[in-house]
Design a protein around this ligand. Structure first.
Ligand code: G1P
Ligand code: ZN
Length: 539
């Protein structure tokens, strides 16, 4: 039986950088999730010919929300649903499942690296047939629907048992519970030399992987322990938990602190990687060494020939504008295409689909390639291990040699959090206004050569997107300002600071960027607007 339920719109269902992300308690309001799902389906024609993937990172409320999607999909006459066993599918594996089965879309229930639980965050990433998250015009159409919705359709039936693999049919909808791991593992085997990696991981090379109680735990156990022979226990925090064990599943120096402490201790392993809640972000560490994500993209690109799948050559490389310029130099040296896009993985999709790029990355611990249309934490980990297996060098040696070859971009991101939205908007608007007048001015010895909004013209669909403001300095340094699109309380001003040097390669970023960080505050007048003397988070 199908129920048609009368509802009233919520005004706050606009998607951000990566889907809809809300405080869990907001998402649990009456009809909130149902409204959003029905609004998506309202924008998709001929649902009786369409198939979708459903999965998630295992966070709180996912099991309830997944049953709701299933019942709303049945009521809307969707042709087929592929559902990850126990409701689990990582964001990268989901992209692969979508592409491999030529699905029309997918729903990965995740607020990515944000904490989970009743006091944490909940989210939905909606992917389209490209295998990646929907484009801005699609999210705009869905947002319009959320503002006018008056009813949704939902099937009245028992909850579906997600624990057993198999196929069943409800009304006209076929439902298949799928293994979320196998296809992804097979894909990784087509890219990397598993035999060589097994030799490394069964040697005396010490490896750990921190899954942060997110969805990658079982993927990592199957790949690194079962397939590649790493000792049992190499995967830390391996079981997915609804509240991530109370941790903040963001693989960076602040939130993956216990892993960082281990890697800077006397008995540090040779290599560590961490992934976020849904498995698209990664952090790479060596013994007493941290790899900045911007450098990570640059190093992987420079070493592409070491990986079987890329030996015949790669197309170009792309980064978000906020990411450091390091990979630009590599692209030039390799004579491959280079693109700079707004923040958000969806902006890489057209470049991949049109064979303009193979690799891409963001400063926010995201690296990936065109095997899927999302960033991929396990792929990045396997790539690093492959470089180590081939070169027999440490993470630190590999990175240092890279800097000796190309120079080093010291890089920091300063975040000013929980700013009232109107104040943050005013700060950005005022800053944009005064950019032209800044050109030629000198602050603490740094002279501004150019200052403008970042505008991206997509070479494929010809759309134009404005995202943040960029200040260039004569010595090649840059400061980028933008507001976060993933927060769930107030606004976050992100300030991205970089400085290029060819000497002094082993200094601390805080030391090398002290003046520029001060300059970034002088220019934005963040203290005047927010009262904040310093950033809340520095990564
Ligand atoms: C943040 C990151 C961005 C990333 C996104 C989703 O978005 O900065 O690079 O694509 O999370 O993981 P933001 O909050 O800055 O809009
Ligand atoms: Zn994520």
């Amino acid at each position: 039986m199908i129920n048609i339920v009368k509802t009233t719109p919520y005004s706050d269902q606009k998607m951000g950088t990566a889907g809809l992300r809300k405080k869990t308690a907001i998402a649990m309001q009456e009809n909130y999730f149902e409204n959003f799902m029905q609004s998506i389906f309202n924008t998709i024609p001929a649902l009786d010919t369409k198939s979708f993937l459903i999965g998630g990172d295992g966070r709180y409320y996912n099991t309830i929300a997944i049953q709701k999607i299933i019942k709303i999909a049945i009521a809307n006459g969707v042709k087929k649903l592929y559902i990850g066993q126990n409701g689990l599918v990582s964001t990268p594996a989901g992209s692969h499942i979508l592409l491999k089965n030529h699905l029309d879309g997918g729903f990965v229930l995740s607020a990515s690296h944000n904490p989970g639980g009743i006091d944490g965050d909940f989210g939905i990433k909606y992917a389209n047939a490209s295998g990646g998250q929907c484009q801005p015009d699609e999210s705009a159409a869905i947002y319009e629907q959320t503002k006018i919705i008056t009813e949704y359709k939902i099937a009245v039936c028992d909850d579906i048992d997600l624990s057993k693999l198999g196929t069943m049919t409800y009304e006209n909808t076929e439902i298949e519970i799928i293994d979320p791991y196998q296809d992804y593992i097979s894909l990784m085997k087509t890219i990397f030399d598993f035999k060589e990696l097994k030799t490394l991981l069964t040697s005396n090379f010490k490896f750990v992987f921190d899954a942060m109680h997110g969805v990658t735990g079982p993927y990592a156990q199957k790949i690194f322990e079962d397939e590649l022979g790493a000792p049992h226990g190499s995967i830390l925090n391996a079981n997915p938990l609804e509240d991530f064990g109370g941790l903040h599943p963001d693989p960076n120096l602040i939130y993956a602190k216990s892993l960082v402490d281990l890697m800077y201790s006397d008995n540090a392993p040779d290599f560590a990687a961490a992934n976020d809640g849904d498995g698209d972000r990664n952090m790479i560490l060596g013994n007493h060494f941290f790899v900045n994500p911007s450098d990570c993209l640059s190093i992987l690109t420079d070493n592409y020939k070491l990986i079987p799948a890329y030996q015949k050559g790669i197309f170009g490389v792309a980064k978000s504008a906020a990411t450091s310029s390091a990979v630009k130099r590599v692209a030039k040296a390799l004579n491959i295409g280079f693109y700079e896009v707004p923040t958000g993985w969806k902006y890489f999709i057209h470049l991949m689909d049109s064979n303009r790029i193979t690799f891409c990355g963001e400063e926010s611990f995201g690296t990936g390639a065109s095997h899927i249309r999302e960033k991929d934490g396990i792929w990045a980990t396997l790539f690093w291990l492959s470089i180590i297996a081939k070169t027999k060098k440490t993470v630190k040696e590999i990175t240092l040699e890279h800097w000796q070859k190309y120079g080093r971009y010291y890089y920091l991101r300063n975040d000013y959090e929980a700013i009232p939205q109107d104040i943050a908007d005013k700060l950005m608007a005022d800053l944009e206004q005064k950019l032209p007048s800044l050109v030629g001015q000198t602050f603490a010895g740094y002279t501004i050569s150019e200052a403008h909004p970042f505008i991206y013209n997509d070479p494929v669909d010809k759309s134009s997107t404005k995202n943040g403001l960029i200040v260039h300095f004569k010595d090649g340094s840059r400061i980028v300002y933008r507001l976060s699109g993933t927060g769930t309380s107030g606004a976050t001003l992100r300030t991205y600071i970089e400085r290029y040097v060819t000497d002094k390669l082993l200094e601390e970023p805080e030391t090398m960027l002290k003046e520029l960080s001060d300059v970034s505050r002088t220019i934005s007048e963040v203290t005047k607007y927010t009262g904040k003397q310093k950033p809340d988070i520095i990564t």
